[in-house]
Design a protein. Structure first.
Length: 330
C-alpha cells in the first residue's frame, strides 16, 4: 500500500477554484535572481512553514497575499497559524512586505502594498538592496526626440533676390519707430493723479524708472505699485522724488520662488519602504531586522526563566541557619 508523503508542500491552487488576484500593482511580486524549483525546496523548514511556503511559491504573480485569503485556500491552517508561518518565513529570509508610493498621470498618488517572495532564503542586506532598487525604479515612457529638419529653400531668380536685398537695405536705413513709455515709467507718471502730493516731473520719472521696473520684475502690477507708494502719506511731502525713492527702496516686495514643475505625464514617482510582516508598521530596511519591527521581535522572544537557587547554595543557607540557632541556645 502506498503511503502518502506528509512533508510534501502543496502545489498551485486547483483549476476548479482559482486563487483570488489582488488589485493591479498589489499582491505577490517575485524577487529577482530566483533559483529553479527543486524537490527539496524548503526542506529545512518545519512542516507548517514548508507547506505554506510551497503553496506561496506556486502562486501566480499578483496573487493576493493577505492572511485571510491564504487561510481560505489552506484548510489545514487557520488565520493565526498562517500569520505565524508568514512571520517565520520572513525571519528565515523568504519574504518581505513592501509599500510603494506610485504617482502617475493626472497628479494622482497612491500607496500599493506588495509581498516580495524569494524561493531562495536571503539575508537582510540583500532585501535592503532590493527595497532601495525599488525606491529608485522609475518607468519612464520613451519620448521621441524631435529632429530639426532644415527646409530646403526654393530657387529664387536673380532679379527677385536683388529686389529683396534693396528692400531690406531700405528697412535698415529707416529711422526706428518711436516707442511708448515703459510700464514702470507710466506708473510713476500717474502717481500725481493718484495723489497730488506725489506729482513727479518727467526727469524724476526717468531717474526712478529702474527702481520701479524692479518691482514689476518681481511679479507685481502697475496698480499694486501705485497703491503701495501712495498708501499712508504724511500731511505734507516736501520732496516727492526723494519720498518715492525711499519707498521704492524700503518697501520693495520679496522675490517669489518659482513653483516646482509637476512630473511629466506618464512618469511615475516611486518611493518604497519596508513593512513589518506581523503588524504592518512601515520603516527603513535597516530598522526592520528579519522583516520585523522591534516590538514584534521582542514579543517573539520567550521570557527568561527566574534564576533557580542551586541545591548546594540551599544547603549552605540551611547550615548557617542551624549554627545561628545553636549559638542562641543556653
Amino acid at each position: 500500500m502506498a503511503i502518502q508523503h506528509l512533508n510534501s508542500a502543496p502545489s498551485a491552487p486547483a483549476a476548479s477554484r482559482p486563487y483570488p488576484m489582488a488589485h493591479p500593482g498589489y499582491g505577490k511580486r517575485t524577487a529577482p535572481d530566483q533559483q529553479p524549483r527543486r524537490a527539496d525546496d524548503f526542506m529545512l523548514l518545519p512542516l507548517r512553514e514548508r507547506s505554506i511556503a510551497g503553496f506561496i511559491d506556486h502562486l501566480p504573480e499578483g496573487a493576493a497575499m493577505d492572511v485571510k485569503g491564504l487561510a481560505k485556500q489552506l484548510p489545514l491552517y487557520g488565520q493565526q497559524a498562517v500569520a505565524s508561518a508568514l512571520k517565520a518565513l520572513s525571519v528565515a529570509g523568504y519574504l518581505r512586505r513592501v509599500r510603494c508610493l506610485v504617482g502617475g498621470e493626472g497628479g494622482q498618488v497612491r500607496w500599493v502594498f506588495r509581498t516580495f517572495w524569494s524561493r531562495t532564503a536571503r539575508d537582510n542586506e540583500w532585501w535592503a538592496a532590493l527595497v532601495g532598487a525599488e525606491r529608485e525604479q522609475t518607468t519612464t515612457a520613451a519620448v521621441p526626440v524631435p529632429v530639426a529638419v532644415r527646409p530646403v529653400a526654393p530657387a529664387v531668380p536673380q532679379q527677385r533676390r536683388q529686389e529683396r536685398a534693396s528692400e531690406q537695405q531700405a528697412q535698415d536705413s529707416a529711422p526706428p519707430a518711436p516707442q511708448g513709455p515703459s510700464p514702470a515709467y507710466a506708473a510713476l507718471a500717474q502717481l500725481g493723479r493718484t495723489d497730488a502730493r506725489l506729482a513727479l516731473s518727467a526727469a524724476d520719472c526717468t531717474v526712478l524708472e529702474p527702481l520701479a521696473a524692479e518691482w514689476l520684475a518681481r511679479g507685481v502690477d502697475a496698480e499694486y505699485l501705485k497703491q503701495a507708494l501712495a498708501a499712508g502719506l504724511p500731511p505734507q511731502v516736501d520732496s516727492p522724488v526723494g519720498f518715492v525713492r525711499r519707498r521704492l527702496m524700503s518697501k520693495i516686495p520679496p522675490q517669489v520662488p518659482a513653483a516646482p514643475e509637476p512630473p511629466a505625464s506618464g512618469t511615475p514617482v516611486r518611493r518604497a519602504m519596508m513593512e513589518c510582516t506581523e503588524c504592518g508598521a512601515p520603516g527603513r530596511p535597516g530598522a526592520l531586522t528579519d522583516g520585523l519591527c522591534r516590538t514584534c521581535r521582542r514579543s517573539g522572544r520567550e521570557a527568561d526563566p527566574a534564576p533557580e537557587v542551586l541545591p548546594a547554595e540551599r544547603d549552605v543557607r540551611t547550615y548557617v541557619a542551624g549554627l545561628r540557632d545553636l549559638l542562641k541556645a543556653p
